[in-house]
Design a protein around this ligand. Structure first.
Ligand code: NAG
Length: 175
């Protein structure tokens, strides 16, 4: 149900400033199905177009910040099913599978280190304050984005893309 009140300005402002930009959905697997949340996300800015300026939709799935159930009360099997449902619906609506933002620890704890997504979902790994992201989860052999710090020279979280600007353009454009 939450929408970033600054989203429209940030999204179009980034584009006007010549930045390739995208949107993310913060997963609440305890609230409703993956498909329902994907539909809500796509309706409210999480869409994708191959215009070269739009990153694929991203699913932010991580430690539950709201209560003590780290995995939102879902079994590993149901968590994998939830993510699958979100991914399938995102692809149905946008033509693209989501990027998955997570941490290695959370993925191990809450999906049993599922290898079901590494083949067709780009990984955006969060690992702060280290020289490298370290061991990757779920059979991913490389990361596409790395969030390496929460503060730095740029506003907000600090992230790297694994590649050149040309590669980023191709990544944005290509299904
Ligand atoms: C960056 O991506 C390439 C594939 O495009 C991969 O071979 C390489 O290992 C990646 N680098 C890192 C640090 O993940």
């Amino acid at each position: 149900g939450y929408r970033n009140p600054y989203f429209a300005g940030q999204y179009s402002g980034a584009r006007k400033a010549g930045l390739i930009r995208g949107a993310y959905h913060f997963a609440r697997p305890d609230r409703s199905s993956g498909a329902e949340q994907a539909a809500y996300f796509v309706r409210h800015g999480g869409g994708w177009r191959g215009d070269g300026w739009t990153l694929p939709p991203a699913l932010d799935i991580e430690y539950n910040p709201y209560d003590s159930r780290k995995c939102y009360g879902l079994s590993k099997k149901r968590m994998v099913g939830w993510i699958r449902s979100f991914s399938d619906e995102t692809r149905r609506r946008t033509g693209r599978r989501p990027v998955i933002y997570t941490t290695t620890q959370w993925w191990k704890l809450c999906t049993g280190n599922s290898r079901a997504f590494s083949k067709d979902h780009p990984l955006w790994i969060a690992r702060h304050g280290t020289a490298r992201p370290g061991a990757l989860p779920g059979g991913w052999r490389y990361w596409t984005f790395w969030q390496y710090r929460v503060k730095g020279a740029l506003p907000g979280d600090q992230d790297l893309f694994n590649g050149t600007l040309d590669r980023l353009r191709i990544f944005a454009r290509t299904r």
